[in-house]
Structures are given as structure tokens and as C-alpha cells.
Design a protein around this ligand. Sequence first.
Ligand SMILES: Cc1cc2nc3c(=O)[nH]c(=O)nc-3n(C[C@H](O)[C@H](O)[C@H](O)COP(=O)(O)OP(=O)(O)OC[C@H]3O[C@@H](n4cnc5c(N)ncnc54)[C@H](O)[C@@H]3O)c2cc1C
Length: 407
Amino acid sequence: MPTPPSPSRPVLIAGAGIGGLTAALGLTRRGVPVEVYERRRTGDIFMAGSGLTIWSNATTALGALGLEDALLARGEPVRGGTSVNEHEHVIYRMRTARYTWPGSVPSVSISRGDLIELLVEACQEAGVTIHEGQRCVGYDQDADGVVLKLEDGSTVQGSVLIGADGIRSAILAQLHGGLPDPLYTGRSTYRGISPTPEGLDPGTVYMFHHAGTRVGGGAWHVGRGRVAWTLSCAADPSEREDPSVLKERATELARPLPGLPSRLVAATDADAVIRTDIFYHDWRERWGDGRVTLLGDAAHAMPTDLGQGACQAIEDAVVLADSLAGRDDPVAALRTYEQRRIPRVRWVREQVMRLVKWPQINNRVVKWLVTKVIAPVVIAVKQRTLWRELQRPPVPWTTRPAVRETR
Ligand SMILES: Cc1cc2nc3c(=O)[nH]c(=O)nc-3n(C[C@H](O)[C@H](O)[C@H](O)COP(=O)(O)OP(=O)(O)OC[C@H]3O[C@@H](n4cnc5c(N)ncnc54)[C@H](O)[C@@H]3O)c2cc1C
């Protein structure tokens, strides 16, 4: 039988992103020795990205690892969402309390840097070693264990290897005989964090869309009075922009939308505006082989439309820890993890792809009919089931006896 993880042959994790760090913490809390290898330095990781919404399915998973108080202290609990068009007419409103499962932790909006920092601190307190500046390039495995290869030519021995190294994963590339080309959604986002709230209600995720220009976006509090904003538009993926023009470009995109986006962009430092082209992967059901498996974007990078990428990485991580802990046969445990996760992630991805492939309507009469008559009915009927199912916590644990949703 394959040897289980031990201090001399720990679980090796490639990548200290949201998924890798959550897996490291989950495994350590369950007494499984872990070592993490990250290509960047932690200071650089803290700076990465802007704001995320971590929905209740994933905050509940983090809560089970003891992070609820830290999450609520650094982020902003989400009470609901409001979506408006270019005339500031409300298209729909959503109250998260209606969709949150009993015993769940509320959804939280948080800056990506704060979430990574919180996870790194929790990992360090739990005794996890994060080897920074170590790029993973591949692996070997045999009956005794797995060998992780690093860019500097050194190798590390482990019991199993978790590829949590994101959409351009080196572990995925080896598993599938070459990195599958990420698919481009056709859209790019400009993002930033405004240091001033600009009158935006804390706890509301505010979404906006301009039908004419097809510019969409969102804005939401991420704790300590700051507001994260995004503006997304159709763009060529090969288009490169000098960082000095990003704020100017975001200002142009915000101009046709009602006041809030423009005010948020204006209040953001020019060097804090970033641009990200949105890529994803084709669906693959082969996540692992022998002593190797994948989690998070390495396994299932999806478009951002439902804000579930990081949430699914967190779900993967806690289910992986639950599947590996206390098991004598780590190879069987990895296959159990994959079987537990694949149906759920497939379903979430299908919901995201439905939104991405929503047809563009140009005929004015059909557009009016869809926007005013069909869409509200479909949203009213489908929304409840969709949001409720999305927020289902990953394993049947309950952290508290009652719902603690901020109403
Ligand atoms: C604009 C935008 C908005 C989003 N909003 C949301 C949201 O609101 N809610 C949500 O749930 N999700 C959101 N997502 C998706 C979310 O960001 C990703 O799904 C999530 O970050 C995936 O986590 P991960 O740990 O799998 O990968 P990553 O976050 O990509 O982390 C991978 C880590 O591995 C490291 N790494 C990479 N290659 C190597 C290597 N070879 N060796 C060692 N280390 C390596 C990287 O440096 C990184 O630290 C958004 C994404 C975008 C682009």
C-alpha cells in the first residue's frame, strides 16, 4: 500500500494562492504534515489583485478552519446585491439571507491581499512552512513517493503532490502532456480599490451594465472604508497597455455609466489600477494521476461571472483535507477527493458558462421583450435555486446552531 504522509515525506503543495494556502491550513489542522512551494515572495503576493467576494459556501469552509472572526474583522459581510442599467434602473436585487444555509458564515467581500495575508498568517501560526521564490517545474513519482522538481534544479521528496499553481499550472501541464491553451472570454477588466467609500452602502454588491457599450462592472466595500471596483469591456487579448494609461482608460469606460463608477475611478491612485484579461480552461475531468492531484484554477479555471473561482478553490481545499486526513492509502484518498469534487465543480461551471454564452440581442423589440418581460420572470424563478445551490457549504458540517446572516 502507498505510504501515507509523514514529516520526512509531507504533502507537497505547489502554489501559495487562495487554494494552496487553504489546503495547507486544512491539512495541518488535521495533523497532516505539509510544505508549500511558491514562486513569488509573500510581500508580492499581498499586493496582488483587488477585491473578491467570498460567498457563504466558501466562508463557511474557512470558518470551519477557525477563520471566521479574522474574515469578518478584515472584510465586509455581504447582505445583498443590486444590479442597475445605464439609467440607474434596478434590474434585480438579491438578499443573501434568503439563500444562505443554516449554520453558515455570511458571505464576505475582502481585498485579495487581505485574504492572502490572513491565510499566510494562519498557516504560519499553525506551523506550515511556505518556501518562497521557489518555482515548481515538474514531478516524478513511484511506489514510494513523489519528487517535486524546482526551477533551481533542486528536488523535494513527498508523499503526494497537490498542484495549486493556478491557471498556468506546471503540474497540470505535466499531467496533461503540455499546458492546455487557456481560452479567452473576450473580456478584460480594469480594477482598483478606492480609499473612499463614495456613499456606497456597506454590505451591498453593486453591479452595473451599459447595454450600448457592453461595459459592465461592480463595486463593493472590502473593509476599512475601502471600495473595490471593476469595469469590464470587450477587448483583444493581445492588446498591451502601458500601466500609466490604465486609470485614463478606466475613466473613459466609466463615463457613460451613472455617477458611482466614475467617482470611484477618480478617487483611486493611478498606480493602483490594474488590468486583467479573463481566461479560463476547457472542462477536464482528469484532475490527478497516482500521487498527484490538482485543485483550484489549476483544475478548473472558470470565467469570473458568478465570482466562484476562489470559492471553489476553497471548497476543493477543505474537501481534500477531509479526504486525506487519517487515511492509510493517500493515492485512494486523492481519488476520493476528486470524486467528491468533480460533480459540484462541473455544476458550478455549467451555471457560469450559461451566463457567459447568454446571447447578445441587437433587435430592439426582442431586446425590450427579453429585458422587460422574460428576464425578470426567469431571474425570479431561477435565482432562488441558483443562489441557494451555489452557497451550499461543501461538506455537511455546521459551525454553529443557527444562521448568522447579517439581515
Ligand atoms: C478579475 C477577477 C475577479 C475575480 N473575482 C472573484 C470573486 O469575486 N470571487 C471568487 O471566488 N473568485 C474570483 N475570481 C477568481 C479567483 O481569483 C481565482 O479562481 C482564484 O484566485 C484561484 O485560486 P488558486 O489558488 O487556485 O490560484 P491562484 O490564485 O492563481 O494562485 C496560484 C498560486 O500559485 C503560484 N504559482 C503559479 N505557478 C507556480 C509555479 N510554477 N510554482 C510555484 N508557484 C506557482 C502563484 O504565484 C499563485 O500564488 C476572480 C478572478 C479575476 C481574474
